[in-house]
Write a protein that binds this ligand. Structure first.
Ligand SMILES: Nc1nc2c(ncn2[C@@H]2O[C@H](COP(=O)(O)OP(=O)(O)O)[C@@H](O)[C@H]2O)c(=O)[nH]1
Ligand SMILES: [Mg+2]
Length: 389
């Protein structure tokens, strides 16, 4: 059996990994490749898996922890997938709060499974707004002093929710281990901002190749594809990372995966429900000064589906399509990753679904809900030195 090309795209929650991977998949299919997805999360019922399948791609889900902590499951799923479908290219999306993948996933794959997989350079996607907020603004990414903290609270009386310094640390670590940094969403940037951010990334992460891409418009995709073909010794440098700080950052986030059954005799529009719900939840989180990392919802009915995504409190919810068809029964899947306790996250989602369905006259029942903080990362393997070539 020929080794399967394995393309892994990491990066923080909401950076655009799923959208980028779908773009890559379309391009590989055009070029005659047979492609499959491996999605990954701390729990099951993933919006990403549904999105990928809706676009006609096959996917396998690895729930219950990131690739590094579920390494054996990753191997089993990948082997099975390849055997069943004769895949040539496997696209992997690790959990958006995961770091240290070079040492715990890429190196073990390169060393122990080199007959099975041929690893593409490791891409890490980054959202320009998060980059600006977490790394480029003065004083972020370092511990803030007590004085700046007090100034923010009492003098500036800042209202905006913000991530803590540990999340900025995790965000920086994710970028530090990239072979390729994909600055995504460049369709939203001016020429000046593009240049400024490119300059910053090149200086701060000098070992990485930086590509500017828009998963939305397809800009920059060819250049990224060309770099992906190069042999950059994927995951060459193991990261220096403090696992306690990394774990602290992950545990700052409340995580929620839930599904609800919704129905209405006369029918309702999927887009309206999703949009209203996203706005309602955004308001609830903003009132609690809880920053949204990524809130994704999917409404699926009879093989069709519409999704909505919100990646910051200050952003507008984005629907995958208008969703104007009238539907009578559907399954609503909610994946929330928010800087709030799991209990408050659960209350917000349960309260939001109740209020919005009531307003729209839609019946609902909860089918499943789990909300928790990600556990301390415990990778199965960790290599401290780069693989011998
Ligand atoms: N404007 C713009 N939005 C994008 C782009 N790529 C992704 N997005 C949006 O960013 C949000 C998060 O994308 P997603 O792929 O789910 O991110 P993930 O959490 O990293 O997998 C969605 O609303 C996407 O439509 C892009 O290139 N430009
Ligand atoms: Mg995703």
């Amino acid at each position: 059996m020929r080794a399967v090309r394995f393309v892994i795209v990491g990066g923080f929650l909401g950076a655009g990994k799923t959208t980028l991977l779908c773009r890559l998949a379309e391009r590989y299919v055009e070029l005659g490749g047979k492609v499959g997805f491996i999605t990954n999360d701390q729990a099951d019922n993933l919006v990403d898996t549904k999105l990928v399948e809706l676009r006609g791609f096959q996917a396998k889900e690895i729930p219950g922890g990131c690739f590094c902590c579920r390494f054996d499951e990753l191997i089993i799923a990948a082997e099975e997938f390849v055997r069943e479908t004769q895949l040539e290219i496997l696209l992997g999306e690790p959990v958006g709060s995961c770091a240290d993948l070079a040492a715990t996933v890429i190196q073990p794959l390169r060393r122990k499974y080199k007959d099975l997989f041929e690893l593409a350079p490791f891409s890490v996607a980054v959202d320009p707004f998060r980059l600006e907020e977490l790394l480029m603004k003065e004083g972020r990414g370092k511990f803030r002093t007590l004085l700046t903290y007090l100034t923010e609270i009492f003098i500036l009386k800042r209202k905006k929710p913000r991530f803590p310094a540990s999340i900025a640390y995790l965000f920086a670590k994710q970028l530090e281990e990239a072979d390729i940094i994909v600055l995504n969403k460049v369709d939203l940037l001016s020429e000046t901002d593009r240049r400024r951010m490119l300059g910053f990334l090149k200086e701060r992460f000098a070992d990485a190749v930086v590509v500017l891409v828009s998963a939305r418009t397809g800009e920059g995709l060819d250049r990224w594809l060309a770099v992906l073909k190069q042999d950059l010794s994927a995951g060459r440098e193991p990261l220096e990372i403090d696992y306690d700080r990394y774990a602290e950052a992950e545990a700052e986030l409340g995580w929620l995966n839930a599904t609800f059954k919704v129905s209405q005799k006369d029918g309702f529009e999927a887009g309206v429900l999703l949009q209203e719900l996203a706005l309602d939840l955004r308001e609830r989180f903003s009132l609690q000064k809880a920053e949204i990392a990524h809130l994704k919802m999917f409404l699926g009915s009879g093989g069709r589906g519409v999704s909505v995504s919100l990646v910051r409190n200050e952003a507008e919810p984005e629907l995958s399509e208008e969703g104007e068809d009238t539907i009578h029964e559907a399954t609503l899947t909610i994946n929330g990753r928010v800087h709030i306790s799991p209990e408050l996250l659960r209350q917000a989602v349960a309260g939001g679904v109740d209020a919005v369905t009531r307003k729209l006259g839609i019946n609902y029942s909860m089918a499943q809900l789990s909300s928790f903080r990600p556990a301390y990362p415990t990778p199965k393997y960790r290599y401290n030195t780069a693989a011998e070539e």
